[in-house]
Ligand binder design. Structure first.
Ligand code: AHR
Length: 513
């Protein structure tokens, strides 16, 4: 059996994990909003038309922040259409996704939904067909306490208190030729800078995210980032990254190696940010917002053709399988390993559209990718530790050498002392794991959960929602501070150490059990 070792020291830290790394994304497209989070005619709807079953599944993920309303949609979004009396809201064409946006669900409904989902909002502004003036007005509508045209309009619409939205995306994928109003780096840099400047004058408590490249394959990748940073460094707080991975060729080993590419992508963007920082002699660091990431290809491969110019078409509805869940687990590990620079990340998206949650008129269910996301969000908060992985490697077609073992350890607070997330990417061999954890000798192995399946293509569907679910494993032991045992082939694992209760005694010396 192949051997692997993890080296972990609680004092060698990457950094505190910003919980916003477990964010997600709802775009006004497909069935994400209509028939997803909102369906007033559904038996599952609450008094505001929000699907209760979906809200329960979203809460189960503990999503700290949700990006809204796009995505490509935002580049044609007229936010004023989406507020006020519903019967007066105009229906519009959405050129991004060739659908009709009725505006029945808009900004204020999303704010109400986000409160019920226990999440914050990451709001994007339209820098495609619009610019600084409309973005400033939107901010005034959302955050200004009152006594001005837009803040009083919000009050008139039934929202007396400020929405207090702290995180603002300056447009979406503005380098992409598919984007409404797409721009050169120079053009975008200037409009982003001006928009962020005006918005911060109005509300200095906000943070701004500037668009990086739409993906790593963009010809302008690198120079786009450099130009945008060069122009808007002082006005921006985060630079965005977007990347989706696919297994079009059916080479699963290569697919699972995608995180090698993701890791290099993140390191490259960090380097560009720091290069501009050095050139400008700034103290401020630019942090990263990986605000679109996921697996996305099933709907492309099936040539899913959404109906055009309707309200809620079935659009980009990828049905995820077990190997997708392995990669999503591995991508979360990659994000955590960069916790010092990645402060925000959004699994794109949340419901129905390339999403961990699916709905039909008769219910909602968890896709395979729901589980690594849920468990990492639950147990991945704390301090990311520098986790040295000593494991055999394999050669992948696209990404070069990839380790069979991908892992990160998170130092927790309170009783939950250490969580290790580990993926064995080998398709045919278990790995013999060892890890010296004598610093945690006062802990016990509280849990080892495993997500695995004999069928790499197994899916969860409405009729069979539990084909791929995590289960308890008993292949590891923790004795005298040494964790050892077996990580099953093609498996995602969560290994948790918890502090053992200190022994307690009564005044007469007898032990309390
Ligand atoms: O998430 C789906 C789409 O992917 C988004 O609208 C866009 O930003 C990206 O290209």
């Amino acid at each position: 059996m192949k051997k692997a070792e993890l080296i972990v020291d609680k004092d060698f830290q990457v950094g505190q994990v910003d919980e916003r790394i477990f964010g997600s994304f709802i775009e006004q497209m497909g069935r994400a909003v209509y028939n997803g989070i909102y369906q007033p005619e559904s038996p599952f709807a609450d008094e505001e038309g929000f699907r209760r079953d979906v809200l329960d599944l979203v809460r189960g993920l503990r999503v700290p922040v949700v990006r809204y309303p796009g995505g490509n949609f935002v580049s044609g979004f007229r936010w004023e259409d989406s507020v006020g009396e519903k019967s007066l809201r105009p229906a519009r064409t959405d050129l991004a996704w060739k659908r009709i946006e009725t505006n029945e669900f808009g900004l204020n409904e999303f704010v109400s939904w986000a409160r019920k989902a226990d999440t914050e909002i990451m709001m994007s502004v339209n820098l495609g067909t619009r610019g600084p003036e409309d973005a400033k007005n939107l901010l005034e509508y959302c955050n200004f306490p009152g006594g001005t045209y837009y803040s009083d309009l919000r009050k008139k619409h039934g929202y007396p208190r400020s929405h207090d939205i702290k995180l603002w995306c300056m447009g979406n994928e503005m380098d992409g030729p598919w984007q409404m109003g797409h721009k050169t780096a120079q053009e975008y840099g200037r409009v982003m800078q001006e928009t962020a400047r005006l918005m911060k004058q109005l509300d200095p408590s906000i943070e701004t995210v500037a668009c990086g490249s739409s993906n790593l394959a963009m010809k302008t990748f690198g120079s786009w980032e450099e130009t945008v940073l060069d122009i808007g460094y002082d006005e921006m707080d985060y630079l965005s990254l977007h990347q989706y991975y696919e297994n079009m060729s059916g080479d699963t080993a290569d697919f699972l190696a995608s995180t090698v590419g993701m890791d290099e992508f993140i390191s490259s963007v960090v380097s560009i940010c720091d290069c501009v920082k050095a050139k400008k002699r700034r103290k401020k660091k630019i942090y990263l917002s990986f605000d679109e990431w996921n697996v996305w290809y099933h709907s492309k491969m099936n040539k899913q053709k959404p109906e055009k110019w309707v309200k809620a078409p079935h659009q980009v509805e990828d049905i995820y399988n077990f190997e997708d869940a392995l990669l999503v687990g591995s991508m979360l590990i990659t994000l955590l390993r960069h916790a010092d620079r990645i402060k925000i990340a959004c699994l794109a998206q949340l419901v129905n559209v390339i999403a961990p949650i699916m709905t039909s008129d008769s219910g909602a269910w968890r896709q395979t990718i729901y589980y690594p996301y849920q468990l990492t969000s639950r147990y991945g908060r704390g301090t990311a530790l520098q986790t040295i992985v000593k494991a055999p490697v394999y050669e992948s077609k696209t990404y070069g050498y990839a380790s069979y073992l991908d892992a990160v350890a998170i130092l927790g607070e309170g009783k939950e002392r250490l969580s290790i997330f580990a993926v064995n990417k080998s398709l045919d061999e278990d790995l013999e794991l060892s890890c010296d954890l004598r610093q945690f000798v006062n802990c016990r192995l509280a849990e080892h959960l495993i997500l695995t399946n004999d069928d790499m293509k197994a899916e969860n569907t409405e009729s069979e929602p539990d084909k791929v679910v995590p289960g308890k494993a008993d292949t590891l032991k923790f004795e005298s501070g040494i964790l050892s045992g077996v990580l099953r082939k093609h498996s995602w694992n969560l290994i948790r150490l918890e502090e053992t209760e200190p022994e307690r005694y009564q005044s007469d010396g007898r032990q309390i059990h």
